[in-house]
Design a protein around this ligand. Structure first.
Ligand code: ACO
Length: 333
């Protein structure tokens, strides 16, 4: 193993949030809901939505460029780009388009799909390439435009989600190892709880040769099941990642969970005995931006000075699959 590649630092972050906004009051004119219901059940006040001429690749490249600049690098320094998304512009993948938009001509790029766990899964994947010495400078992007896949007449789902992209740069370092611990899981038995599924109709090409032709259908979710799953599994996976990191929950400076629901965030923090001052949340402004929610929240807190160099962050993503994972890292050394 390359000695330089063994240790990991997370040295830059960035985000891109579309300017268009839809408030809870706006939504109450589209479906039978209210600001009061949405605020008390979820903590969401507004969400930002991508316009028809904004692509997933555009916002991903913007977030990545900010992260690369913060890390003091240029796109040509990047070896690998991992784009975590469930809503690529192209089902064949959007990471290579992002590579092109950035001008990251020395990088290889690929998509990774794990819904709202996507960013955490992609960060852990990036870390393996650095640990083994294969790559030295990796951009990890979490981005989703779920507004394109929403049933805007379904109040159970359309009030929850927003669009956006966030990114980090992970680098090999000779200094302290900042990726302290992680853990990740999936449980396909609960796949039915949250779906954005392909549905097709049979088409006969010739006798005894049938195929399916169709398209993806809007999100369906059993909110109560996902809620119950999250409040049990998220504290567990963070506790396991903390054990692997060899630290206790008191040593955590910041908790950044996937921004699905303020009540889930509160319940997890309580279970882990983490005081509310250490919890970073931006649900009020952004809603649930799926794979983007953790890096957007991280970027905001780094840029407004809450997160400081060397702070220890516990982060957990969870969602469709069902999938869940946690990563414990030190910011920016
Ligand atoms: N406005 C008003 N009423 C509503 C709305 C709405 N927008 N949505 C649902 N209701 C109604 C329901 O119809 C139900 O009415 P009923 O009792 O007459 O049937 C009632 O409110 C309560 O519904 P619940 O589903 O029990 O509401 P709950 O308190 O569980 O909140 C919510 C729903 C916010 C979806 C919650 O369950 C939740 O956050 N679940 C987790 C979602 C999540 O974490 N997703 C993460 C992954 S996302 C990804 O991977 C892409």
């Amino acid at each position: 193993m390359n000695a330089l590649g063994a240790k990991i630092a997370i040295t830059g972050c960035g985000s891109s949030i579309p300017p268009q906004v839809i408030t809870n009051d706006d939504l109450s004119r589209l479906v039978d809901t209210s600001d009061e219901w949405i605020q008390t059940r979820t903590g969401i006040g507004r969400r930002h939505l991508a316009s028809p001429d904004t692509s997933l690749s555009d916002i991903s490249a913007q977030a990545a460029q900010e992260a690369i600049t913060m890390a003091g690098l240029t796109p040509r320094d990047i070896d690998l780009i991992i784009l975590a998304t469930s809503t690529p512009d192209d089902l064949f993948g959007s990471a290579a388009k992002v590579q092109h938009l950035l001008g990251a001509s020395n990088a290889v790029a690929f998509d990774l799909t794990a819904a709202c766990s996507g960013f955490v899964f992609a960060l852990i994947t990036a870390a393996q390439f650095i640990r083994t010495g294969v790559y030295q400078r990796v951009v990890v992007i979490g981005a989703d435009i779920l507004s394109r896949w929403m049933d805007w007449s379904d109040r159970n789902t359309c009030v929850l989600f927003g669009d956006g992209a966030g990114a980090v740069v992970c680098q090999a370092t000779l200094r302290e190892d900042c990726l302290l611990g992680f853990d990740m899981y999936s449980d396909g038995k609960q796949h039915h709880s949250l779906n954005l599924s392909y549905k097709g109709q049979q088409k006969t090409l010739k006798e005894k040769v049938n195929i399916s032709q169709g398209s993806y259908h809007p999100i369906t979710m059993n909110g109560r099941e996902v809620y119950r799953f999250a409040v049990v599994k998220v504290p567990e996976v963070i506790e396991r990642a903390l054990v692997r990191a060899g630290i206790s929950s008191e040593e955590i400076d910041w908790l950044i969970l996937h921004q699905a629901n303020q009540r889930i965030i509160h319940a997890v923090a309580q279970r882990l005995d983490i005081p509310s001052e250490k919890v970073i949340a931006n649900l009020e402004e952004c809603g649930n931006t799926s794979a983007a929610s953790i890096p957007i929240a991280l970027d905001e807190a780094v840029r407004d000075g809450r997160i400081k160099m060397g702070d220890i962050i516990a982060s957990s993503g969870f969602g469709a699959g069902l999938t869940w994972g946690a990563v414990i890292f030190r910011w920016g050394i």
